[in-house]
Design a binder for this molecule. Structure first.
Ligand SMILES: [Zn+2]
Length: 257
């Protein structure tokens, strides 16, 4: 049996962090992804305290980097700004005691192979900086839901193989992109013992992801019964009703095991 943790995307303002983490803890949630998606809103001097609260309440923290990043931009300044933003998340994340920084790797641009090489290079450079700073935090490119955005399961798995980076498996994105989830394929592509995952309900069309929606009971059941055995799995819920849905997922998991 796998060890599965559930928790929402989002912690909210610094001022209420302790209260919110305590609430998550009371609900049985063991994980939380802090959203720096619109801005890196936690200051370095505030991070340690929040990390201590998370520890106190037994909650594993991760960080989601800003949406405004692209390791495959044609403009060099944008690539540099991307690396800076991700590294800033790593610096704050390290202080928070977070395990990983999830990020959207970038767009395809003109050529898919070139995109892979550019993103790979960017990851290696970020990892060199992490090493220089002696941080333990890892960076995790995410599987993406739109077909014209870099981030198929094969591409993310390839980046992991070639750079040793971590990864985020977004099952809703995989469904939107491939119109089904081939759990066997995902397990083969990610043989690692630890999985960081995103999940939500999703509306999608020919081009992939449209909207994240609430998780239905049978979405949870389908995911949870197909998860591989003997792994340590972190599931961050990104639906609009992320806290309730995380609790629902946890309940279904407990019933199944
Ligand atoms: Zn994301």
């Amino acid at each position: 049996m796998s060890n599965v943790k559930f928790g929402p995307a989002g912690l909210g303002p610094v001022a209420t962090a302790e209260k919110i983490l305590e609430e998550y803890h009371k609900l049985g949630l063991k994980s939380c992804e802090i959203a720096f998606t619109h801005s890196i809103y936690i200051k370095i001097h505030e991070a340690k305290k929040i990390g201590d609260f998370a520890k106190k309440f037994g909650i594993e923290l991760s960080v989601h980097a800003p949406y405004f990043v692209n390791l495959n931009s044609e403009e060099k300044e944008k690539v540099e700004a991307t690396k800076k933003r991700i590294l800033k998340c790593c610096e704050i994340g390290e202080e928070l005691g977070a395990s990983i920084v999830v990020f959207h790797p970038g767009f395809y641009g003109k050529n898919r192979e070139e995109a892979f090489e550019n993103i790979k290079e960017g990851i290696i450079e970020i990892q060199n900086e992490i090493k220089k700073n002696k941080w333990k935090i890892k960076i995790a490119p995410e599987t993406m839901g739109k077909i014209n955005v870099f981030g198929s399961v094969e591409e993310i798995s390839g980046l992991v193989k070639e750079t040793g980076c971590s990864f985020c498996i977004d099952f809703a994105h995989i469904l939107a992109r491939e119109k089904k989830i081939d759990f066997e394929k995902v397990e083969k592509l990610f043989p690692q013992k630890e999985w960081h995952c995103h999940f939500s309900g999703i509306e999608y069309g020919d081009k992939g992801e449209k909207n994240h929606i609430a998780v239905k009971k049978n979405d949870w059941e389908n995911l949870l019964k197909n998860l591989p055995k003997n792994k340590s799995i972190n599931i961050i819920c990104e639906s609009p009703s992320r806290i309730e849905d995380s609790v629902e997922g946890l309940k279904i998991w407990e019933k199944m095991n």
